[in-house]
Design a protein around this ligand. Structure first.
Ligand code: DGL
Length: 270
């Protein structure tokens, strides 16, 4: 097993295929304000959710290696697709660096319900990672899954409160409404951005689960247990690495993050 020297003042590495993981980073910034964070978004190769397992694993490993080189003390896979397809590979490369993922978090939230809907990218849905993890904890749960391939490109395009988005969302969510679910997992880190539209369509009775909260709680637990919490008194610094900077990148990114984005750096990890 790879053994890295982990120090309290090393940064936390957070990654996603694109900007979706910023919804998880936002949560971490809020809960752990003294931590330095490195964010990695593979914008040039997004979306991952419609790609093959081999490609997703290859991309995830390249990113993990990049983060390890930045001396991170923990890695947060802020992407359900990567969590579903490549978590074991990432953990293997990371050695003694703890790896937190959003599917473990989301499934542990969902286990308390009995009729659960999952919406995610096609790769996450096809992997059956959520039903497998939930059944393990609650064998009597009824689970209905729906792939929503068009959500990620629309969200990255900034179609957040848009009629076209609502039309497509009604199409995707119709089947889940018919099944009378009582909880819906946002199984893609992009989806919290369109939570308003989703809630409007699903109605108030359906509890919406955003795995980001629990993923963040898992991170706090791991850092505390390993004595790796940063003890500096100042606010942490944030550095964003991306493989492409499209038009409106910063504007959209700041919306995901609900915060200013500085220190954005273009990198090539191929
Ligand atoms: N944000 C990613 C997730 O949570 C999906 C984005 C993509 O398809 O690349 O699954």
């Amino acid at each position: 097993m790879n053994k890295f020297d982990l120090k309290t003042n090393n940064p936390i590495g957070v990654f996603d295929s694109g900007m979706g993981g910023l919804t998880v980073m936002r949560e971490i910034m809020h809960t752990l304000p003294h931590e330095d964070i490195i964010y990695f978004g593979d914008i040039a190769r997004l979306p991952y959710g419609t790609k093959s397992i081999t490609t997703i694993r290859k991309f995830a490993l390249q990113t993990a290696k990049f983060l390890i080189k930045q001396n991170v003390k923990a890695i947060v896979i802020a992407c359900n697709t990567i969590s579903a397809i490549a978590k074991d590979e990432v953990q293997k490369a990371a050695g003694n660096i703890p790896v937190i993922d959003v599917i473990s978090a989301g499934s542990s939230d969902a286990r308390h319900y009995n009729k659960i809907g999952i919406i995610a990218t096609p790769a996450t849905i096809n992997s059956h990672a959520y039903p497998t993890a939930i059944y393990h904890q609650n064998p009597s749960a009824l689970i209905v899954s729906q792939a929503c391939a068009l959500f990620v490109p629309m969200i990255e395009e900034g179609f957040i409160e848009h009629k076209a988005l609502e039309l497509i969302a009604r199409e995707y969510l119709g089947m889940l409404i018919k099944q009378n679910i009582n909880a819906l997992v946002l199984g893609c880190t992009h989806y919290p951005l369109i939570k308003g539209t989703i809630m409007k369509i699903m109605g108030r009775e359906v509890h919406i689960i955003d795995p980001a909260h629990t993923a963040c709680r898992d991170l706090v637990k791991v850092l505390t247990n390993k004595n790796l919490l940063n003890l500096q008194k100042t606010t942490g610094s944030y550095h964003y690495f991306v493989t492409d900077i499209p038009l409106k990148f910063q504007e959209n990114g700041e919306r995901f993050l609900a915060n200013k984005m500085e220190n954005i750096e273009l990198v090539n990890i191929d």
